[in-house]
Design a protein around this ligand. Structure first.
Ligand SMILES: [Zn+2]
Length: 137
């Protein structure tokens, strides 16, 4: 049995939120490096954030659930530039990623996590965090 990293988080709050949601769907999952990041946030980038891990047999299901969570979450977000509800979570390419990859490698973490951003599908606006989520009934 192997543990698979399915996502990395920059903060304790989002990591736990996602963990709780997956557990609610009966997926056994854990957080890795949770305490390191909480104690010393400066280490977050060096070790690649708080990692959400699942057993290899649960990987496919967990990834599917994460996709669903993201979709629901992003539907509620409004672009501050154009007002569209069309955010996508994408991997950003470029120098930053290269540096991150090297750092990740140097710190011997097995997961290389490129920087991800939320991008508005309408105007191309990018943000590290999803703009304020407005829940529409
Ligand atoms: Zn936009």
């Amino acid at each position: 049995m192997e543990l698979i990293v399915i996502r990395a988080f920059g903060d304790y709050f989002s990591a736990n939120l996602t963990l709780t949601k997956l557990q609610a769907f009966g997926v056994e999952c854990y957080l890795k490096d949770e305490y390191t990041v909480t104690i010393d946030p400066l280490l977050t980038n060096a070790i690649g954030g708080i990692k959400l891990v699942v057993k290899d047999k649960d990987e496919a299901r967990a990834r599917k659930l994460l996709e669903q969570f993201d979709e629901e979450y992003m539907k509620g977000a409004t672009c501050p530039i154009c007002g569209a509800h069309d955010f996508k979570y994408i991997a950003k390419r470029g120098v930053t990623n290269f540096v991150t990859a090297i750092l990740t490698w140097l710190f011997s973490s097995y997961s290389i996590a490129p920087e991800h951003v939320y991008q508005c599908g309408n105007c191309g606006y990018e943000s590290k965090n999803l703009p304020e989520t407005i829940i529409e009934e």
